[in-house]
Design a protein around this ligand. Structure first.
Ligand SMILES: [Zn+2]
Length: 380
């Protein structure tokens, strides 16, 4: 599963490539993968990309955003056919063009510089956009694309431009669309952004930028695990739990954002904490050490290209290097780098878990706290 570093890698890659490109049409091959009023995105240039936890936000002009969650098997792949404009600068049609397209799109159902008719009703965005995963798409750009979305062969990929990130599979480098392609976003320069998702747990949502933060997943999300400002908020949220195993707490996105199975195991090893330790048995300094370790291991992974999984290959053919540096993840049977004890694999919080049984000793909850638990009646 793509974790924070992989999603950040996707963000950085796409930021470099699609900011300034204008959306000509969106086709939902799998309607349940796209929610919101897709027509609102048509005619809008991409203005920036943000990430929060594992959620990617593609901001468009006119206060519209596209939110993406890659979940288990999602990936975003950009393809430009040979001869298509390459890079934001080359896409810049006269700005007047953008303005006209944008205004056409917002005035009626027929926006889109490439002339893609839009089936969506001309009504304004409803007060509450469809939430991801809650209701099927209410407006998908019609299948005019079916003919328009021609597979781009390998030769074209080689001659043109290809970039992809997310779940490692051949769809990152093979001809697209393929049987994992759920949504195709066409840009006015002829390039396309494919949202592929073999297992269909991921989603894309078009919504007003102002409402992105209110998506329940984002509204309750814990702090990013980087920097000194993360600690107080992480502590406050983590301490709501007492008996939960620390690994389960680390994986809880409402406690801290973006940590998945690999980085949880690596951070726990770095901080010498057994994954089953009840969080109530950990002191504040130990908990802080763990948070810092999580940030550092993600930072390292980002520097190495943010790969999570075996066989990770990005669209440029580079193999992600992170797992080469993993200390425990998928290293069962091999010696711990610190103490030479054999790494074991077990199961914690329902997840395969790797640890050094010597460096990461179990700890018990301390005795129940003194009976100051019952506060005196408050009389001011
Ligand atoms: Zn060890």
């Amino acid at each position: 599963m793509p974790e924070l570093p992989e999603v950040e890698t996707v963000r950085r890659g796409l930021e470099r490539l699609i900011v300034g490109r204008t959306i000509a049409g969106i086709e939902a091959i799998e309607p349940s993968s796209l929610t919101g009023v897709a027509a609102n995105a048509v005619g809008q240039p991409v203005t920036g990309l943000r990430r929060r936890g594992k959620v990617l936000v593609i901001d468009l002009d006119k206060g519209i955003s596209m939110v993406a969650h890659l979940k288990m098997t999602g990936q975003l792949v950009l393809r430009s056919p040979a001869g298509a404009a390459s890079g934001p600068t080359a896409t810049s049609k006269p700005t007047g063009d953008h303005a006209a397209a944008a205004s056409a799109a917002s005035n009626g159902p027929t926006g889109g510089t490439a002339g893609a008719p839009v089936a969506a009703p001309p009504r304004r965005q409803a007060a509450t956009p469809a939430l991801p995963g809650v209701s099927p798409t209410t407006a998908s750009v019609p299948n005019s694309g079916a003919a328009g979305v021609s597979p781009i062969g390998t030769a074209a990929i080689e001659a043109g431009e290809a970039w992809g990130g997310g779940h490692p599979s051949d769809s990152l480098i093979g001809p697209l669309p393929d049987n994992s392609t759920r949504v195709v976003i066409r840009f006015t320069d002829g390039s396309r952004l494919y949202f592929n998702d073999q297992r269909k747990f991921g989603w894309l949502a078009v919504m007003p930028t102002a409402e992105v933060g209110a998506i329940p997943l984002l509204a309750k999300m814990g702090p990013e695990p980087f920097g000194p400002q993360a600690w107080p908020e992480f502590r406050r949220r983590a301490r709501r739990h007492r008996r939960a195993p620390i690994k389960a707490v680390l994986l809880d996105q409402a406690v801290v954002a973006g940590i998945g199975n690999i980085y949880a195991d690596e951070a726990l090893w770095a901080a010498r904490i057994h994954p089953e330790t009840p969080i109530g048995a950990l002191s504040d300094p130990k908990l802080k050490e763990l948070l810092i370790a999580a940030g550092e291991v993600m930072d390292l992974s980002l520097k190495l290209g943010g790969s999570t999984d075996r066989n990770y290959v990005d669209a440029e053919g580079r193999r992600g290097a992170y797992l080469d540096f993993a200390q425990v993840f998928r290293r069962q049977g091999r010696p711990c780098a610190r103490c030479d004890t054999t790494i074991i694999k077990t199961r914690v919080a329902g997840r395969g878990t790797h640890l050094c049984p010597r460096c990461q000793r179990r700890r018990q909850l301390p005795a129940p706290p003194a009976p100051k638990a019952t506060p005196p009646p408050s009389d001011g």
